[in-house]
Design a protein around this ligand. Sequence first.
Ligand SMILES: NC(=O)c1ccc[n+]([C@@H]2O[C@H](COP(=O)([O-])OP(=O)(O)OC[C@H]3O[C@@H](n4cnc5c(N)ncnc54)[C@H](O)[C@@H]3O)[C@@H](O)[C@H]2O)c1
Ligand SMILES: [Zn+2]
Ligand SMILES: [Zn+2]
Length: 362
Amino acid sequence: MKTTVAIVNKQGDDFSLEEVELDGPRDDEILVRIVATGLCHTDIHLKDTLPEAMFPMVFGHEGSGVVEAVGPGVSGVDVDDHVVLSFRSCRTCGDCANGLVGYCGAAMTLNYMGMRTDGSTTYSRDGSPVFGNFFGQSSLSMHAIAYADNCVVVNKSVDLTKVAPYGCGFQTGAGTVLNVLKPGPADSLVVYGVGAVGLAALAAAKHLRVGTIVAVDPLQSRRDAASTYGAVGVDPAADEVVGKVKELTGGGASYAIDTTAISAVVKQAQQSLRSRGTLIALGLGAEEYTIDALDLLQTGKVIRSSIEGDSDPQEMVPRLIGLNAAGEFDVDGLIATYPFSEINTAVADVLSGRVVKPVFVW
Ligand SMILES: NC(=O)c1ccc[n+]([C@@H]2O[C@H](COP(=O)([O-])OP(=O)(O)OC[C@H]3O[C@@H](n4cnc5c(N)ncnc54)[C@H](O)[C@@H]3O)[C@@H](O)[C@H]2O)c1
Ligand SMILES: [Zn+2]
Ligand SMILES: [Zn+2]
């Protein structure tokens, strides 16, 4: 069938709306009519940095929509189901069996190769392949091919525009707090970089009634958004950041999260922890980080990463929808909707800090 996608023709190009051919659904595939798709910084980063051989490419990994067709081998998802799309996992390897599907041994193959495991692409144009299958969805599109393991069926009363970002950005920030760090009222949390991922972490920290919350970001608009979750804002241009965070947290934060992927910032995040504190580095884009080795040796600190906040989307997406409905995960105000035709404006708006989470609707 024909469909319209926001395609990136060459590394670093803008998105452009073009008609392509969509193949499938095959035996294990699900055809989804996309209602809304969030934009994550990972889409922007990879559009500008993936090797030229990976283009033309259709990105998008925060899709939501309505199932139009299912392959004969699919179970658990039916025509007319409303679904939130997330990342793929094999659901059979050791990490998957332990519920840690973000660390699936097949994660690269299933999410990042731009094609099915047999080497075919779901999209094509004039008979030539167009890379897709991004996070098993490539949902910057009017229609997407997805799979049972990354389709989360949600109640038809749920607003698909609000929950599209639960598939990646909001799940990652929230999961890092709810699954990995699990802070409580006696703890303090500092988040470096409060865009979509960082603010979702703050929303989860507010839900857990974390004692002291600090948000470091050079953008006033982002610090203002962080203050709605009870965070004290720190401007890295105005303050000596590590000293300020230590002052605000009574000697150092119990927990830190970095979403900037800037080496100097990750080092500040490490240094602003108290002894035996934990830093989770979530950002994508750095090749190396510099750690303060003496500080690490003397303090027993933990530095680790997390994929998608250690979430299983089949568990985390419904959990966040439930918390949101109860007024306990209040991220609706972070969303700015755009028609798909304004996707390049949205990229500029998120980078300038004018909006937090663009969500595109057809
Ligand atoms: N680990 C994962 O599974 C996972 C999942 C989703 C996104 N990500 C990554 O997380 C990162 C954040 O994504 P996002 O969508 O929230 O991006 P975003 O652009 O919305 O947020 C990044 C924030 O960092 C701030 N920032 C820039 N320089 C800073 C500095 N020196 N000090 C403090 N803050 C600074 C920016 O102002 C912005 O508010 C990206 O690198 C993305 O690729 C990782
Ligand atoms: Zn697996
Ligand atoms: Zn993402």
